[in-house]
Design a protein around this ligand. Structure first.
Ligand SMILES: Nc1nc2c(ncn2[C@@H]2O[C@H](COP(=O)(O)OP(=O)(O)OP(=O)(O)O)[C@@H](O)[C@H]2O)c(=O)[nH]1
Ligand SMILES: [Mg+2]
Length: 317
């Protein structure tokens, strides 16, 4: 410790888990106050745990954004779900984030069948949490546009499962209720030195961050036509003497038709993806970026060990 290390500091990990699309990455970005994890309207956007660092007073909360938990089928799905649970295991506290709008929609559908059950993934997660014996906070997300009494009913039903110590109602989108949740998490962090420098917000290597930002733009632009089928690899990242960086990336898709979609007529789509990604990277990395994108068909990109290694995922689960 250096001489200017402040006294009475606290620090620890808080994992955000939940079904795909619950708003976990949006929440982590909101609490950190910077973009550390990509967000799209598509399920299964986040593929590996991403850390974001939030400071409140003398307390540092290392938020762990995790991939959505669902019933996995493919190898990549299995590895993602496994990594989400391990993110939870390594944390002081777990926040189970539930998309209350999806929950309500599911309840309406089931009510007509005489059932009163949650979205399947939420139930799976509750079972996992019961087995894990961890301190868990329930956060109902996307409360914007939902009636209060409806919210209370959902909160009540979920709380009855007995796995949660507390319930918060928030909107990661608007920020409503997020400060209260932050304060609670801060109060649960153990005494100890900060784990990251005070001004650091994320720890993703630049190559991986750049690949994630491009993947976000692909999803934002062609999410309907490309269910789950793209991956981005940064193949070169060179710092130039003038302070700029030259980044080369390959976008992998599974079929020729998908390649055509990512390129677009006259290259219009890939141009948009490249421009959006470059602009955001310039913003985040605070320098001029030269970005070069290639699109390749590789039928089984999701079965390559190297891809898993790059993301820190376990290939053999
Ligand atoms: N209305 C509303 N939308 C939200 C809110 N929070 C997140 N969203 C939207 O929900 C969608 C999914 O958000 P993400 O943050 O990517 O969700 P995620 O849980 O990280 O999803 P995966 O990584 O796929 O598991 C995006 O379109 C968000 O803009 C909220 O509080 N209100
Ligand atoms: Mg996410």
């Amino acid at each position: 410790m250096t001489e200017n290390t402040p006294q009475n500091t606290r620090a620890g990990f808080a994992a955000i888990i939940g079904a795909p699309n619950a708003g976990k990455s949006t929440l982590v970005n909101r609490m950190v106050g910077a973009k550390v994890s990509i967000v799209t309207q598509k399920v299964q956007t986040t593929r590996f745990p991403v850390r974001g660092v939030a400071m409140t007073g003398q307390t540092q909360i290392v938020l762990v954004d995790t991939p959505g938990i669902f019933t996995p089928r493919r190898r990549l799905d299995r590895a993602m779900v496994r990594s989400a649970w391990s993110g939870a295991e390594d944390s002081e506290v777990v926040v189970h984030l539930v998309d209350v709008q999806a929950e309500l929609a599911s309840r309406e559908r089931r009510a007509s069948a005489g059932e009163h059950r949650s979205v399947q993934d939420v139930q799976t997660i509750i079972e996992g949490l019961k087995a894990s014996n961890r301190q868990v906070i329930l956060a109902l997300n996307k409360i914007d546009g939902v009636k209060r009494e409806t919210l209370l009913a959902v909160a009540h039903d979920l709380f009855e499962t007995g796995v949660y110590s507390e319930v918060f109602m928030i909107s990661a989108g608007t920020g409503a209720g997020v400060d209260d949740l932050m304060a609670k998490l801060a109060s649960m962090m153990p005494d100890g030195p900060w784990l990251y420098p005070e001004d650091q917000t994320a720890d993703l290597p630049a190559r991986l961050l750049a690949a994630e930002i491009t993947r976000e733009k692909i999803y934002l632009r062609v999410h309907e036509e490309l269910p789950y089928a793209a991956s981005v690899e940064t193949t070169a990242f060179e710092e130039r003497p003038d302070g700029s960086a030259r980044i080369e990336q390959t976008i992998y898709v599974e079929r020729d038709g998908q390649r055509a979609i990512v390129l677009g007529k006259g290259g219009e789509v890939i141009k948009w993806i490249g421009k959006s990604s470059r602009e955001e990277l310039e913003d985040i990395l605070d320098r001029k970026i030269h970005l070069f994108l290639h699109v390749k068909v590789k039928e089984n990109w999701a079965e390559e060990r190297g891809l898993f290694n790059d993301m820190g995922l376990d290939f053999d689960v």
